[in-house]
Design a protein around this ligand. Structure first.
Ligand code: FAD
Length: 516
C-alpha cells in the first residue's frame, strides 16, 4: 500500500470509478473492502489519515452492547453479537476475547444483571464466547484485587471482545487494496460534481502537494461520520442537520490501579450511563462520557468536567483513587449519532442510518465499529441499485483480513501485525528492534514498516495510529518525537522545514492528550 501508486490510479483512470467513498474511518474503509471484494472499481478518499477521527477514539470494544438491552434495542444487540463473531474469526490477530466483571452491591441487582446477561448469551447463540457466571464476594475480590469491597455482595462475569481500532482500520485499508481498491489518505473531497441533476463525481485535493483532481464516479458514498452534513450540504445546501455530535472521553492510567486480567463494567453511574475500566496495552483505559457539542473536529479537546466525572466514578470503586496527575493520556472522540427529536444522547440509537438524496448521494452514518461490516454490506447493496452497477453478493463475512494469523498471541509485542510480525523483525535485525520508549513499545523497524507498507506520511500517523504511543503515554511520546522524526527523514529524505513543521504540528496535537 504505497501512496504514490494509489495516486497514480486516479491520475491514469480512463473510465469513471464504480464507487467513490468519502471518508476513511470504520464505515468508509469497511465499504471499500466490501465494494472492491464484490468486483467494483472502488476509490476511497480520506482528508487526513485513516481513522484519524472518531474511529481512533473508541473504547476498543467489539461488543453487543449490554446497556442497549436495557433500552430494548434487542435487534441491535443481536446484530452486533453476530458481527462480534465475524470479528473474532477474520482478524484474530486484532480482536481477542475479554472478560468483564460487574461488581454488585445488592442481591436484587445481582439477579437483575444476571438475567440481563443470560439474555445476552442467548442472543449470541452459537457465537457466544463463554457463559456468564455468578461470582461470590470472595471470588470477585480475588479476580479484582484493587476493588473497594465494602458492601460488595458478589459479581457477574461475562465475555465480550477487545480490539485495536486504528490497527483494524489499517488492516481494512490494506485488505481493500489487496482486492483492487484504491485508498488515499490526506486527500479531501472539496465539492461534488453533478450533470443534469445527478452526481457524477467529486473534486478531490491532495493535501500534501495541493494538486486537485476531477474524479468521475457512477456512485458517491458519503461515509464521513460527524462531517456527514458537510458533504450533504455540498449536494443540497439547504439540508437540515440530522447529526447530534456527542463527545466521549477516555483517560489512560497505570495498570497498578487495576491488576488482574479482567475489565470492570460499572453498570449505572450517577447520570445513568455505564463506565468501563479495561486493561489495554499494559495500561488501564477508563471511560467514557457523553457530552453534546456544537463544533466538529477530528481531534476534539476533552472538557475538564469529563475528566472530573471519570475520576470521581472510578475512584468510588478502586482502593487507590487516581488523580489528574496519574493520567498518562486523555483522548476524546465524537459519536456521529443520528437523532430523533428530544432524544438524550445516551438514549439515541446506535443503529446506522442511510439516506439517498435526489441526485444520488448515499450517506451512511451512525452505527458502531462493531457493526461496520454489516453497515458496509447494506451500503454497497444500495450503491449497486442506485448506481446501476452489476449486482454481486457480499463476501466480507468470509474474508480473512490482511495479516491474518490465528496463532499469534498478545504476549508478542508485534501481535497486531499478525503474520507480518516476522517481516518487521528482519527489516534491520541489529538495532531496529529495540524500543524507543520505556512506557510503550515502538521500534525503528515498526516506523519503517509504517512508512513503506501502511502509508504513514506524517509524524502523528506513526505515533498515534500505526503505533498507539500517544494514547498510552502522551508525555513520553512527545519526548521520543525528535528521534522518530529522524528515522522518518532518513527514510523519506525530507528537509529541515519538514522536520520543524512536523514537530510543531505534532506537539500542538499531542498537547490535547496531556492532563494539565
Ligand atoms: C468515545 C467513543 C467510544 C466508542 N467506543 C466504541 C466501542 O468500544 N465499540 C464500538 O463498536 N464502537 C464504538 N464507538 C463508535 C465508533 O467509534 C464509531 O461508530 C465509528 O468509529 C464511526 O466511524 P465512521 O467511519 O463513521 O466515522 P469517522 O471515524 O469519523 O470517519 C469519518 C472520516 O471522514 C473523513 N472526512 C470528513 N470530511 C471529509 C472530506 N471532505 N473528504 C475526505 N474525507 C473526509 C474524516 O477525516 C474522518 O476520518 C465509539 C465512539 C466514541 C466517540
Amino acid at each position: 500500500m504505497v501512496r504514490a501508486d494509489q495516486l497514480k490510479a486516479i491520475e491514469t483512470a480512463k473510465e469513471p470509478w464504480d464507487i467513490v467513498i468519502i471518508g476513511g474511518g470504520a464505515s468508509g474503509l469497511g465499504a471499500a473492502l466490501d465494494g472492491a471484494s464484490r468486483g467494483h472499481k472502488t476509490l476511497l478518499l480520506e482528508k487526513s489519515d485513516f481513522a484519524q477521527g472518531t474511529s481512533s477514539k473508541s473504547t476498543k470494544l467489539i461488543h453487543g452492547g449490554v446497556r442497549y438491552l436495557k433500552q430494548g434495542s434487542i435487534r441491535l444487540v443481536f446484530q452486533a453479537l453476530k458481527e462480534r463473531g465475524f470479528l473474532l474469526k477474520n482478524p484474530p490477530h486484532l480482536v481477542h476475547k475479554m472478560s468483564f466483571i460487574i461488581p454488585v452491591y445488592s442481591w436484587w441487582r445481582l439477579l437483575f444483571y444476571g438475567v440481563g446477561l443470560i439474555l445476552y448469551d442467548l442472543l449470541a447463540g452459537k457465537k457466544r464466547i463463554e457463559s456468564t457466571i455468578f461470582l461470590s464476594r470472595k471470588k470477585t475480590q480475588t479476580l479484582l484485587p484493587n476493588l473497594k469491597d465494602n458492601r460488595l455482595v458478589g459479581g457477574i462475569a461475562y465475555w465480550d471482545a477487545q480490539f485495536n481500532d486504528t490497527r483494524l482500520a489499517i488492516s481494512l485499508a490494506r485488505s481493500a487494496v489487496a482486492y483492487g481498491a484504491t485508498v488515499i489518505n490526506y486527500c479531501s473531497v472539496m465539492s461534488i460534481v453533478k450533470e443534469e441533476g445527478r452526481i457524477c463525481g467529486v473534486l478531490g485535493k491532495d493535501n500534501i502537494n495541493g494538486k486537485e483532481y476531477k474524479i468521475d464516479a457512477k456512485v458517491v458514498l458519503n461515509a464521513t461520520g460527524v462531517f456527514s452534513n458537510h458533504i450533504r450540504k455540498m449536494d443540497q445546501p439547504d439540508i437540515k442537520s440530522n447529526i447530534v455530535p456527542s463527545q466521549g472521553t477516555h483517560i489512560v492510567l497505570d495498570r497498578k490501579f487495576l491488576l488482574g486480567n479482567h475489565a470492570i463494567l460499572i453498570p449505572k453511574t450517577s447520570d445513568g450511563r455505564v463506565l468501563f475500566s479495561i486493561p489495554w496495552h499494559n495500561k488501564l483505559l477508563v471511560g467514557t462520557t457523553d457530552y453534546l457539542v456544537d463544533s466538529i473536529d477530528n481531534n476534539p479537546t476533552p472538557f475538564s468536567e469529563e475528566i472530573d466525572y471519570i475520576l470521581k466514578i472510578i475512584g468510588e470503586y478502586l482502593k487507590e483513587q487516581p488523580t489528574r496527575n496519574d493520567i498518562l493520556s486523555v483522548f476524546s472522540g465524537l459519536r456521529p449519532l443520528v437523532a430523533r427529536k428530544n432524544d438524550k444522547t445516551k438514549d439515541i440509537s446506535r443503529n446506522h442510518s442511510m439516506v439517498v438524496s435526489q441526485s444520488g448521494l448515499i450517506s451512511l452514518t451512525g452505527g458502531k465499529w462493531t457493526t461496520y461490516r454489516k453497515m458496509a454490506e447494506d451500503a454497497i447493496d444500495v450503491v449497486q441499485s442506485v448506481g446501476g452497477i452489476e449486482n454481486h453478493r457480499c463476501k466480507t463475512a468470509e474474508i480473512k483480513f490482511d495479516g491474518f494469523d490465528s496463532s499469534i498471541t498478545n504476549e508478542n509485542p508485534l501481535h497486531m501485525y499478525g503474520c507480518f510480525s516476522k517481516d518487521i523483525l528482519t527489516i534491520d535485525s541489529s538495532t531496529g528492534n529495540s524500543s524507543l520508549g520505556k512506557n510503550f513499545y515502538l521500534t525503528p523497524n515498526q516506523i519503517l514498516w509504517g512508512i513503506r507498507e501502511e502509508m504513514a506520511i506524517r509524524l502523528e500517523d506513526i505515533l498515534a495510529r500505526r503505533s498507539r504511543c500517544l494514547f498510552l503515554d502522551a508525555k513520553e511520546t512527545i519526548e521520543i518525537a525528535p528521534r522518530v522524526t529522524k528515522i522518518m527523514v532518513d527514510e523519506l529524505g525530507h528537509d529541515q522545514r519538514w522536520i520543524d513543521k512536523e514537530l510543531r504540528d505534532f506537539k500542538r496535537a499531542a498537547e490535547k492528550y496531556i492532563m494539565n
